[in-house]
Design a protein around this ligand. Structure first.
Ligand code: SME
Length: 161
């Protein structure tokens, strides 16, 4: 439906600049957080290479509950502090994991996943969700990816909760 013409063969700065602009355009004026999470996960899935899962877990009653995503079916509920997602949500800190097999308590929803990037989504000073990205490649996520995805989430956080 939307064609943002984002090239994947470009520097991380340009890729994330374009992704952030597209994410703003997709969510601007739309108050439904689930719809916005659905489109943002589809946007990332379409334009960010080498992912096998991209989506959101929402904080519901102090637990993470599966939200809109792209990829294989996944674990539905994750306790705060558990796995990479639960750690990101409990600490409000990005988790960039080069090798998921070396992360204590990693939850293997998809056995193909080798590296992971989880960005907390905060609104009014509270973690309301996390963005979870998985890759079948070890060390897939760079410091630029961490900064870019953090900036993307900060730019649209008000549309996600
Ligand atoms: N690996 C995550 C669980 C979610 S799936 O990757 C979609 C974790 O350890 O929290």
């Amino acid at each position: 439906m939307h064609d943002f013409s984002i090239s994947q063969d470009q520097s991380p700065e340009i890729l994330y600049r374009d992704l952030i602009s597209a994410a703003r355009a997709l969510t601007d004026g739309e108050p439904d957080a689930i719809a916005n999470m659905a489109n943002v996960s589809a946007l990332i899935w379409q334009y960010v290479p080498d992912l096998n899962w991209a989506g959101f877990y929402r904080v519901v009653d102090d637990e993470l509950v599966l939200g809109p995503f792209q990829g294989k079916t996944a674990c539905i509920r994750i306790s705060m502090g558990k796995g990479v997602c639960g750690t990101a949500a409990a600490t409000d800190k990005v988790q960039r994991v080069a090798d998921v097999h070396a992360f204590p308590g990693h939850i293997a929803c998809d056995a193909d996943s080798r590296s992971e990037l989880v960005v907390p989504v905060s609104s009014s000073g509270k973690v309301i969700a996390v963005l979870d990205l998985d890759s079948p490649l070890p060390e897939r996520f760079s410091a630029e990816d961490e900064t870019g995805m953090t900036d993307l989430i900060a730019a649209i956080a008000n549309s996600l909760g």
